[in-house]
Design a protein around this ligand. Structure first.
Ligand code: ADP
Ligand code: ADP
Ligand code: MG
Length: 479
């Protein structure tokens, strides 16, 4: 393998290319006209414009990407996350054109891409699952009966869903049918597949996922857990590793369960098995993501491994260079996703011109970034600009480092989740590790953040005034 094409944009394209460069591989970027000046384009050895801004005219053009790869004699394609990363046809097209797809085989992508097929496959392995109906709902009367048996509230979920989309909570029977119709139409629009099913809505769950690595020789290890319970719209904003609630015993059980899930579909490569953990520390299988995950850096920090390097080595047919017993957790890592969103306005996208953009740096601080000062944040893509990761010996230190790093992260021109990150880091429930996926609903409202902003502005004004008075005094001294 000498040359890889990165079929993605933004921070993840930059992240993948930096490892490729480290490994002595040549890189090819693809980009849309909107992304012409993006960091991932500048970083690549070769870059090809693939179309207009909208993803379906650029980053989702599988055939065109394969054509470019062939023309430039690319050996492998890394799909990143999102876009074509979980697209079965794309993985097959790569295989058919003798280009290595850096990811699992198409069979595993197909099974795990459907939450229903995944449950069906995993069933035989004795993995605990959220109570519910493990088939697409077609008969409403029957579905209502099941919902009554498992008890309201229930969650209607799109089988093909992802990124927190295609989920509807149903509080009681009277709204079942209308919520279901909405879920189906949402799923059809977003994923082209209207199959929905129902799960018990777990009241106060923590989202705990296990990173796994599998080589082509049937060796599978897990790289422990990530806790991703700080979410808005069922999508993660802050992740950490390790979780503050797992005992070694449960960690080991969940790790072994994740390995079984991977084995159930003959998984090869890096993957993530997601679970919900209830208040009594019972865990339930949610889904498997057959790709590199957004929050992989926290796992890299606590294990000292480069997951993109591992993906490339596995794709080249190398054996895993370690066994489960060689792996240990060291220290604590936290990640904050920097979304171009306004935490004061329901986390709605905040696009615009990046007037100022300066990154923090220092020991224990990592920024995976995909944008530069002076650029526009485009409306066409996921609004995540970068990820801020801190790593220290203890959780307390990692939190403090995060607060300092947020302070030194300068963004002007748009709103971001930086201020929300600070709010969370300073909240007692988070500091004490007592939180679940309801954190935002339970503790956060924009008024609190506004108040905090106001207090900080007052303090800053006070400090400025003191400084002014001091300066005046000094100026006057010579008299
Ligand atoms: P992760 O699963 O890695 O923790 P997200 O759930 O935020 O992170 O998803 C990562 C990216 O992939 C986001 O850009 C999201 O919009 C996109 N994504 C995930 N699943 C799907 C899907 N099934 N269809 C379309 N986009 C998806
Ligand atoms: P996606 O494919 O969008 O990532 P997931 O099934 O992984 O969908 O769920 C995303 C998030 O939605 C979870 O992390 C959790 O916060 C919430 N969620 C999913 N299923 C349930 C459930 N049965 N009960 C409560 N919350 C759930
Ligand atoms: Mg998920």
């Amino acid at each position: 393998m000498k040359k890889i094409l990165v079929a993605n944009r933004g921070e993840i394209a930059v992240r993948i290319m930096s490892t490729a460069k480290k490994m002595g591989l040549k890189t090819v970027a693809i980009y849309s006209t909107i992304d012409r000046n993006s960091p991932h384009v500048k970083m690549a050895d070769e870059a090809v414009c693939i179309g207009e801004g909208p993803s379906n005219q650029s980053y989702l053009l599988a055939d065109k990407i394969i054509e470019i790869a062939k023309k430039l004699q690319v050996d492998a394609i890394h799909p990143g996350y999102g876009f074509l990363s979980e697209n079965v046809d794309f993985a097959i097209a790569c295989e058919a054109n003798s280009i290595t797809f850096i990811g699992p085989n198409s069979h595993a992508i197909e099974i795990m891409g459907s939450k229903l097929a995944a449950k069906e496959t995993v069933k035989a392995y004795n993995i605990p699952m959220v109570p519910g109906l493990d088939e697409a709902i077609t008969d409403i009367a029957k579905a209502k009966k099941v919902a009554n048996t498992i008890g309201f509230p229930v969650l209607i979920k799109a089988s093909a869903g992802g990124g927190g989309k295609g989920m509807r909570i149903v509080e009681d029977e009277s709204e079942f049918e209308s919520q279901m119709n909405r879920a189906i139409s949402e799923a059809t629009n977003a994923f082209g597949d209207g199959s929905v099913f129902i799960e018990k809505y777990i009241a106060s769950p923590r989202h705990i996922e296990i990173q796994i690595l599998a080589d082509q020789f049937g060796n599978i290890v897990h790289l422990f857990e990530r806790e991703c319970s700080i979410q808005r719209r069922h999508q993660k904003v802050i992740e950490e590793a390790p979780s503050s609630v797992l005992s070694d015993t449960i960690r080991k059980q969940m790790g072994e369960a994740a390995i079984k899930v991977a084995a159930s579909c003959n998984y090869v490569g890096a993957g993530t098995v997601e679970f919900l953990l209830d208040e009594n520390l019972n865990y339930y299988f949610l889904e498997m993501n057959t790709r590199l995950q957004v929050e992989h850096p926290v796992t890299e920090s606590i294990t000292g491994l480069d997951l993109v390097e591992m993906q490339i080595c596995i794709a080249r047919g190398e054996k895993l260079p370690f066994q489960q017993s060689d792996l240990k957790i060291k220290g604590h890592a936290i990640e904050l996703r920097i979304y171009a969103e306004d935490p004061l306005n329901d986390f709605l996208p905040s696009i615009g011109f990046l007037e100022e953009y300066k990154l923090p740096n220092g020991k224990g601080i990592r920024v995976d970034n995909g944008i530069d000062e002076g650029m526009d944040v485009p409306i066409y893509y996921d609004p995540m600009l970068a990820k801020l990761i801190t790593y220290a010996n203890t959780r307390e230190e990692a939190i403090q480092l995060m607060i300092n790093a947020i302070h030194n992260y300068k963004v002007k021109g748009i709103s971001t989740t930086l201020s929300f990150g600070k709010f969370v880091m300073e909240h007692n429930a988070f500091k004490e590790g007592r939180y679940d996926t309801n954190f935002v609903k339970k503790y956060y409202n924009s008024e609190l953040l506004k108040k905090q902003h106001q207090e900080e502005a007052e303090i800053a004004a006070y400090i400025a005034l003191q400084k002014y008075l001091e300066d005046q005094k000094q100026l006057k001294l010579p008299n």
